[in-house]
Write a protein that binds this ligand. Structure first.
Ligand SMILES: [Zn+2]
Length: 458
């Protein structure tokens, strides 16, 4: 890992720094790496030329760049310009257009999601584009494949949409080989063999088999995922293994897993089985919002789930609520209300809820949510924090209040159940303990980001 220092946060004991140039010079003097390419330019034309030049050279630096940041040099002028609610007025990013590469499209397959949606995706000859190697790219649906007319065996143009998500733009027709055929959408689910159905007026095909093993896997993966119950170590590979072994069929079954049941499986030892079961146990206290999100009810995202949870208080009330009762909740419309009502009308879904209750999963909103302010989202619901060391921008009580306002909890000692340790100046022994247990550690900047955005979702 290496970095370039490009800015100062809080300044204490530094010499007076009147410009960005001064700051960079001082950082370099301290021995910190500073990017040698940064330039001081007098006119906007010179800035435009510089951006063009960097675009031409973008692959020659030995590291990937996605653009250039243009800043006002003079610190006094910066202060005068100030900031909007989102960003300073004295700095702006010039983003390069996404990089495009060509590669071979080897084949097109279909993946099945937790709702049964069948999504075609391209298997590519791996290609390095936009800073990482891309081997798979979604093709969204039947009409998208038809519109692009990409065929197995084609040379295709690939780029990253928003420089993150790989995207196939289309075929290079000049390189198309004779005899390739238009790709046709499969008629059967690749996981269960039942027919794939595309209803009139819809873009997507679905596997409508409620016993489809792939849908089971994806539902459980979603339940255990970061936005849901956030169970460490229960990813797609493990879930698939457990479903195939017949140990779990739905999200409720994971709470019946024991180390004894897991150890006989391949690639799982005593220690990792125990850790996984501990992680599952710890998820029982995440609270109603995360249970609702984890269940994957259509149209019920985290914000709506929080609204419903706060208004109705526990899962039994949510599950038995009529559409009228649900729409009476401020922020819940007809579409969400009908979707929630429909979800809990299905026997199979009620069985999952029964299993969760029997296992002792906390299905109440209040326990895990705590006092919630109206001006923030409960993005930390179900998460447990330990604070150690002094923070610049918060008193200890202040930091605790910010966490609790977002539905999180603060405890005094570090354990395996701790979600994050927030570490400031002169931390105590809790830091060592957190490191030892592998608890994620946040510095103040990362803590501030977490307060704003919640944990990263997958
Ligand atoms: Zn299926």
């Amino acid at each position: 890992m290496s970095f370039f220092a490009y800015q100062l946060g809080v300044q204490q004991g530094s010499p007076p720094l009147r410009s960005h140039r001064d700051t960079l010079a001082w950082l370099a003097e301290l021995g910190l790496p500073v990017n040698p390419l940064s330039s001081e330019l007098e006119t906007i034309e010179a800035v435009a030329d510089f951006c063009e030049q960097m675009l031409d050279q973008r692959h020659s630096f030995g590291y990937e760049i996605d653009g250039v940041v243009v800043k006002v040099d003079d610190v006094a002028q910066r202060a005068e310009m100030g900031a909007t609610s989102k960003a300073p007025r004295w700095a702006i990013a010039y983003k390069f257009p996404p990089e495009e590469k060509t590669t071979l499209l080897r084949d097109i397959f279909v993946s099945i999601g937790r709702t049964g949606r069948a999504t075609p995706f391209a298997v590519l000859e791996p290609v390095f584009v936009g800073g990482s190697t891309v081997g798979l790219a979604t093709l969204h649906n039947q009409d998208e494949v038809a519109r692009k007319d990409v065929r197995p065996g084609d040379t295709v143009i690939v780029r990253k949409a928003g420089d993150v998500i790989p995207e196939v733009i289309g075929p290079v027709l000049a390189k198309r080989r004779r005899g390739t055929k238009r790709w046709t959408f499969p008629t059967q689910c690749p996981a269960c063999g039942e027919p794939l159905v595309r209803l009139p007026g819809e873009a997507d095909h679905h596997c409508i088999n409620v016993d489809c093993p792939e849908q089971r896997v994806q539902k459980i993966v979603h339940f255990a995922g970061r936005g849901g119950m956030d169970i460490e170590g229960l990813g797609e590979e493990r879930v698939r293994q457990f479903v195939e072994a017949g140990l779990v069929a739905d999200a409720g079954d994971i709470y019946a897993l024991t180390p004894e049941k897991l150890v006989p499986l391949e690639r799982i030892g005593q220690k990792s089985a125990e850790n996984l079961v501990d992680g599952i146990e710890a998820s029982k206290t995440r609270g109603l919002i995360r249970v609702l999100v984890g269940l994957g009810i259509r149209h019920l995202g985290p914000t709506a789930a929080a609204t419903v949870a706060r208004a109705l208080g526990d899962l039994d009330r949510v599950a038995s609520a009529s559409v009228e009762e649900l729409t009476a909740v401020d922020g819940v419309g007809q579409v969400i209300a009908e979707s929630v009502q429909r979800f809990f009308a299905i026997e199979r879904n009620r069985e999952v809820v029964d299993k969760l209750r029997t296992a002792g999963v906390d299905l109440r909103a209040a326990a895990a949510v705590g006092p919630v302010r109206d001006d923030v989202e409960p993005v930390l619901a179900g998460l447990t924090f330990v604070l150690t060391g002094g923070l610049e921008g918060f008193t200890r009580e202040g930091a605790q209040a910010e966490i609790e306002a977002r539905g999180g909890k603060v405890t005094n000692s570090v354990s395996k159940k701790t979600s994050y340790a927030v570490v400031g100046e002169n931390p105590g022994s809790k830091l060592a303990k957190a490191e030892q247990l592998g608890v994620p550690i946040l510095d103040e900047a990362a803590f501030v980001r977490l307060l704003a955005d919640g944990p990263p979702s997958d």
